[in-house]
Ligand binder design. Sequence first.
Ligand SMILES: *[C@@H]1O[C@H](CO)[C@@H](O)[C@H](O)[C@H]1NC(C)=O
Ligand SMILES: *[C@@H]1O[C@H](CO)[C@@H](O)[C@H](O)[C@H]1NC(C)=O
Ligand SMILES: *[C@@H]1O[C@H](CO)[C@@H](O)[C@H](O)[C@H]1NC(C)=O
Length: 273
Amino acid sequence: MMFVYLCATLVSGSSWTARTYPKELVDIWTQRLGPVPDVNSEFTSLDSVTMDDNESNDVEFDARTRWPGFISDSRDPGLCSGLYSFAAASMATDRLAIHGVTTTVVSPQYLLSCGPKCRGCKSCTVTETVDNIKSIGFVSESCFPFVSEKARVPQCPANCQNGSKFTPFRPKRVYSQLTVKNDVYTNGPVVFILNIFPSFNRYSSGIYSPGSNETAMGTEPVLVVGWGTDGSNDYYIVKCFRGVLFGEGRGYARIRRLNSLWAGTGYGVEFEQ
Ligand SMILES: *[C@@H]1O[C@H](CO)[C@@H](O)[C@H](O)[C@H]1NC(C)=O
Ligand SMILES: *[C@@H]1O[C@H](CO)[C@@H](O)[C@H](O)[C@H]1NC(C)=O
Ligand SMILES: *[C@@H]1O[C@H](CO)[C@@H](O)[C@H](O)[C@H]1NC(C)=O
């Protein structure tokens, strides 16, 4: 898609720059958002998650430099709102590589088409996604490539596209009780749920935080891949599923460590090595 950005201006009083994305992209991002959790919703009632922790004292960490070549590119789900399957597949891709199991790219389509819970191109919950992973595991992109860019979801086939049987990678453990920095540092990227404020659709670079007068309009999953500080603002580095045009490059953003930005629950998967 041809794409020109007209301005990248510092938003006054903050530490990030804005740009104007094509309207059709912004519309798709907005349409794909999941609900903002209520207090007492499943997001907050799942196991607690500690955003800060006491062990990984590195001031800066970036999984992309810690494990070069093992952190997969952000992928664009197109019109498919099944971002939770994309986030799960991306985390599995990265962690299978980091832990020396395989460097194959994991298929989001398999979860979208074959997951017993929340099948299809819709915004699932963390619980539904975790249930899907536990019941069917993951297969490779070459076994079942992504075809739902237009939100049409094929039935779950009996086999891989070349006719061979599904031989899923089954995680030894899917866990939601984690200290984020420790987990990223030790095991690789983790899935987290970001509250999305209107200004995030204009985020270009820098350390993002919403304006004090903004209200969250939805949620979307991201992978936390690292963290850092610019002295006054601590941030997390996240891989977003908004296509490679978004953010600071290849779909990445830096998000200020404010509780209001996080909708609560994250989770990780662990593979047998
Ligand atoms: C970090 O916190 C955990 C849980 O509170 C505790 O068990 C552990 O000993 C602490 N580690 C260090 C290095 O302080
Ligand atoms: C079929 O595809 C799967 C998944 O990509 C692969 O592991 C397998 O080797 C392929 N089988 C044949 C016969 O090509
Ligand atoms: C929030 O405040 C900023 C200036 O502080 C203003 O430019 C913006 O339009 C306001 N946004 C909303 C949604 O009211």
